[in-house]
Design a protein around this ligand. Structure first.
Ligand code: ADP
Length: 320
């Protein structure tokens, strides 16, 4: 393999730049030419591709977002779109592709691999919902952003003796809610992986209030429902007033934490090694702090990301 490409796709995540840097530098270190595909799969189809040099990825390791830009591209879900992408790569003599993104982007990488173009998936998403890896690039930074917000909201919650509902990202996966809730000392954490009862939530609030708690924090993953709806139901059932904060896109931004930069550097470099070894069609991940790689097609078809139910139980035990 002499030429490889790299793209970022889907929802952006802090640390994607550190991963791009690792791919480019590791590739050049091994005498490869590395091409950046701008704007995800949309840029692949339109041929928005430029050769990257060592300096192209200078001064980006600490930046959030992605210098390669990201996009969502419906056309790439079609076979014709995928073929157009492969033609663009072949025109430049690119023989392998590193795809940094979430599970949707992995589907695209899987499709290219099935059509004979070797791809390696690197897990870049704040949601931590990629099967086969314990952590994804961006999760740690997003968590720290959420915890910072919880701590600040806690100050005002205490001053006014109020219950706050904080809605965080996570449509299908509750990892951000769970980890941030545990780290932020939330009284209640609602995740899409577990059914909840409004009566339970209200009972906990009442018990807390009876023992003189000055405030309460409820973390809601967006996949569970809106924080505003939950607030209204609490009002109906208990007459307690609550305040709602929806953290939104701020969770995607910011300078990546040390942990995300290190993870991104390790995973990006490993992806290049796999392409050099002629092992396309893989995804890289981290398990028990060891780098792993596995079949991208099999992973998407057979594995499912699971939340740590033990941690969820612990959060309940610690917030009695
Ligand atoms: P993420 O990668 O963060 O999960 P998306 O789910 O939006 O984000 O996926 C990003 C892009 O990956 C989509 O816009 C599309 O171009 C591509 N993609 C998603 N699903 C498929 C699929 N089934 N086949 C081919 N490409 C896909």
């Amino acid at each position: 393999m002499k030429k490889i490409g790299v793209l970022t796709s889907g929802g952006d995540a802090p640390g994607m730049n550190a991963a791009v840097r690792a791919v480019v530098r590791k590739g050049i270190y091994h005498d490869l030419e590395v091409y950046g595909i701008y704007g995800g799969y949309a840029g692949l189809i339109s041929g928005n591709i430029k050769k990257l040099e060592l300096g192209s990825v200078g001064d980006i390791i600490h930046r959030g977002g992605t210098v390669l830009y990201s996009a969502r591209c419906e056309e790439f879900k079609t076979k014709e779109g995928q073929q157009k992408g492969i033609e663009q790569l072949k025109k430049l003599g690119i023989e392998g592709l590193v795809v940094i993104g979430g599970d949707g982007s992995y589907m695209g990488a899987k499709k290219l691999t099935e059509q004979g173009f070797p791809c390696v998936g690197v897990p870049g998403t704040i949601d931590n919902d990629i099967p086969g890896t314990e952590f994804t690039i961006g999760f740690d930074t997003a968590l720290n952003t959420v915890i910072d917000a919880i701590d600040k909201i806690r100050d005002t919650a205490t001053s006014h003796e109020r219950t706050f509902i904080i809605e965080v990202m996570g449509r299908d996966a509750g990892d951000i809610a769970l980890w941030a809730g545990l780290a932020g000392g939330a009284e209640t954490i609602l995740v899409p992986e577990e059914n909840f009862s409004m009566d339970d939530i209200c009972d906990r609030l009442k018990k807390g209030s009876e023992r003189g708690k000055k405030h309460s924090i409820i973390i809601v993953a967006e996949g569970v429902g809106s924080g505003v709806e939950i607030s209204q139901k609490i009002k109906e059932l208990t007459n307690y007033d609550t305040r709602v904060s929806v953290l939104g896109h701020m969770q995607r931004g910011g300078s990546p934490t040390a942990s995300d930069r290190v993870l991104a550097s390790r995973l990006g470099a490993r992806a290049v090694e796999l392409l050099i070894e002629g092992r396309g069609g893989r995804a890289v991940g981290i398990v028990k702090n060891e780098l792993v790689d596995y079949d991208i097609i099999e992973a998407l078809e057979t594995k499912k990301h699971e939340i740590d139910m033990g941690m969820l139980k612990l959060s309940k035990e610690l917030s009695i």
